[in-house]
Write a protein that binds this ligand. Structure first.
Ligand SMILES: [Zn+2]
Length: 92
């Protein structure tokens, strides 16, 4: 078996297993481990539970990502202030 064929077979198997996991999770509740927010089961939802959880993580107030986003925002604001200050210092 050629190496590329083996790679394609593994990718197909991976896709099949991901669909299986999505099917298994569709009948379950999924909780955010950081804030406990609960989703599902909802068979009418067009996205998988994993996708629902990914969307929640982006806005979960207790997920470490939220802390990093806030820090990023603060640092960007500070950087803009320093750039402004630097520009005005050059003019003096
Ligand atoms: Zn959460």
């Amino acid at each position: 078996m050629k190496r590329t064929q083996a790679k394609e077979d593994l990718a197909a198997e991976n896709a099949r297993l991901r669909r299986w996991v999505a099917d298994l999770m569709s009948g379950m509740y999924v909780n955010c481990v950081y804030c406990g927010h609960r989703y599902g089961p909802n068979k009418s939802t067009p996205v998988t539970m994993a996708d629902v959880l990914k969307k929640h993580i982006e806005k979960c107030p207790q997920h470490p990502l939220s802390k990093l986003k806030a820090e990023n925002k603060r640092l960007r604001r500070r950087l803009a202030e320093l750039k402004e200050k630097g520009a005005s210092d050059e003019q003096d």
